[in-house]
Design a protein. Structure first.
Length: 502
């Protein structure tokens, strides 16, 4: 069978960086092809080159045997290459039908044919085995459903190649299974699907073939049944598998209850967001929040940071009971918050690495006491070295960095403020195994040095690996809080299922 898509000798340079160097890539109809590599390996650049976001400096791209060069995503889409990104680029305030057909609405005499659009939407969703109301506002549905709507929109433009960029990063196990059903159905219909993910088990569950990139170069193309997960990771990271051993480090010993209390929530809650709960976090303790998506983990964390105002209970820092009305008040008490939405609630992508790192410290000092440029450079370079941010250039624009390096920049910003309580909401989501190991090792070290950490992750194994104590949430309630040594992933899931009842 001839490939539907082939890329040969692809080279892409940015100032001071060779992002892709003589990379080859191909896809066949009726297969799921995984694109693998660490953050910064060149995966996103290759996708953007393919879809016309970036031009190429050398190489050839062929679609169905014909040479192509796209001037942007729209020409690529018109040629049959559609992309669904990790951050769903739809409009939650519009209906399902409007999102699918935005810019392509069926018209007659200049007027939108609403009934025809909704009828076509129902037919399209039925193809994906989805029962949704075409007229209902998209924002009322879960992120998982929004992902599937984005896929429905992508395949309605006669897509021959569908690119799924980290589609499962915000989904729980049941939602991943539903997505994979849809992907399998599209594969059986003859579509070529490019699957980008950092979840190794998911890659092997859905992929037929995989291509590995490292440092902007092609490592190799492999059939999924001809390579093991360990071999795949070894090719991705290009070094000994010590990082895997770090990811299997033993459980943390519980912090003594005699350690000083950093913060204590008593009956803390917010109507419509999280039911009243009580939690205490000590110095040097990592308190993990475990629960399914929508269980209230993030909502609870935001109350500790003053991002949302509590309307129940109280919050104490040390011996002082406070009412956090703003994040600024929380920062003044030594609280730092790395949001799960690093692009919208964390980083300013147009600024440099240096500017992003010093942002929180400068805000705490006030704009009447500016940090000198020399000091900014010193601080930025020290954290770039400690966290191994790549490229190691303080003046690199953050928006051009890989997801893992963006996460490290956000961590550097808050670590610079020397917080007493560090809140981490999905800090390893969407990053590769090497960067994940580095961040997990950093969290353990910060805890050992006395910092209190509130840790949230959708990966139960990661929560259990890092936490001294785990609070389990279900339906926006804290249903249990137990020492980690008593827990297993299955025990957590059983607690969630029974709502904490014995």
């Amino acid at each position: 069978m001839n490939p539907i898509l082939s890329m040969t000798g692809i080279r892409k340079e940015f100032p001071g960086v060779v992002a892709l160097d003589d990379v080859g890539f191909r896809m066949f109809p009726g297969e799921v092809h995984a694109l693998m590599g660490e953050n910064g390996a060149g995966k996103s650049t290759l996708i953007k080159v393919l879809t016309g976001v970036y031009g190429i400096d050398a190489g050839e791209i062929e679609l169905a045997g014909s040479p192509v060069r796209f001037g942007g995503p729209l020409p690529a889409q018109q040629a049959g290459i559609s992309t669904v990104y990790q951050e769903v680029n739809l409009c939650p305030n519009l209906s399902v039908a409007e999102n699918i057909f935005v810019g392509r609405e069926p018209r007659r005499f200049g007027r939108i044919q609403w009934s025809a659009m909704r009828r076509r939407t129902t037919e399209l969703l039925h193809r994906l085995d989805l029962e949704l109301d075409p007229a209902k506002e998209l924002g009322t549905y879960s992120i998982a459903v929004q992902q599937l709507v984005a896929i429905a929109r992508a395949i309605d433009v006669s897509a021959r190649v569908l690119i799924l960029d980290e589609p499962t990063s915000s989904l729980d196990a049941s939602e991943v299974a539903k997505l994979f059903e849809v992907v399998g159905r599209l594969r059986d219909d003859g579509m070529a699907i490019l699957f980008v993910s950092h979840f190794i088990d998911q890659v092997f569950a859905i992929s037929d073939r995989m291509t590995v990139l490292r440092n902007g170069k092609l490592v190799g193309e492999y059939r999924a049944d001809e390579i093991t997960p360990v071999e795949l990771v070894h090719r991705m990271i290009g070094r000994e598998l010590a990082v895997l051993e770090e990811l299997e480090q033993p459980r943390r010993e519980r912090t003594p209850e005699t350690s000083p209390v950093v913060t204590a929530a008593t009956g803390l809650g917010r109507k419509g967001a999280i039911e009243p709960f009580s939690l205490t976090i000590h110095e040097g303790e990592v308190l993990g929040l475990a629960g399914l998506l929508g269980s209230g983990r993030t909502e609870a964390a935001r109350l500790f940071f003053g991002a949302d105002r509590a309307d129940h209970g109280s919050l104490a820092f040390g011996d002082e009971t406070v009412r956090l009305r703003t994040p600024r008040a929380a920062i003044a008490r030594g609280v730092a918050f790395c949001s799960e939405n690093r692009k919208t609630e964390g980083l300013i992508e147009e600024l440099t690495v240096r500017e992003n790192i010093v942002l929180a410290l400068q805000a705490r000092r006030g704009w009447t006491r500016p940090i000198s440029r020399r000091r900014q450079d010193e601080l930025a370079r020290s954290f770039i070295e400690v966290l191994q941010i790549r490229p190691a250039d303080p003046e690199a624009v953050v928006g051009n960095l890989s997801g893992g390096d963006q996460q490290k920049v956000l961590l550097a910003r808050w670590l610079l403020t020397e917080p007493r309580l560090l809140i981490l909401d999905e800090p390893t989501r969407g990053i590769d195994v090497g960067a994940k190991a580095e961040i997990q090792k950093l969290i353990a070290k910060l805890s050992d040095d006395g910092m209190a950490v509130l840790f949230i992750s959708a990966e139960l194994e990661e929560v259990l690996r890092l936490s001294h104590e785990v609070a389990v949430l279900r339906d926006r309630q804290v249903v249990d809080c137990v020492p980690n040594e008593e827990l297993t992933p299955s025990a957590v899931l059983k607690t969630i299922a029974r709502g904490g009842q014995s």
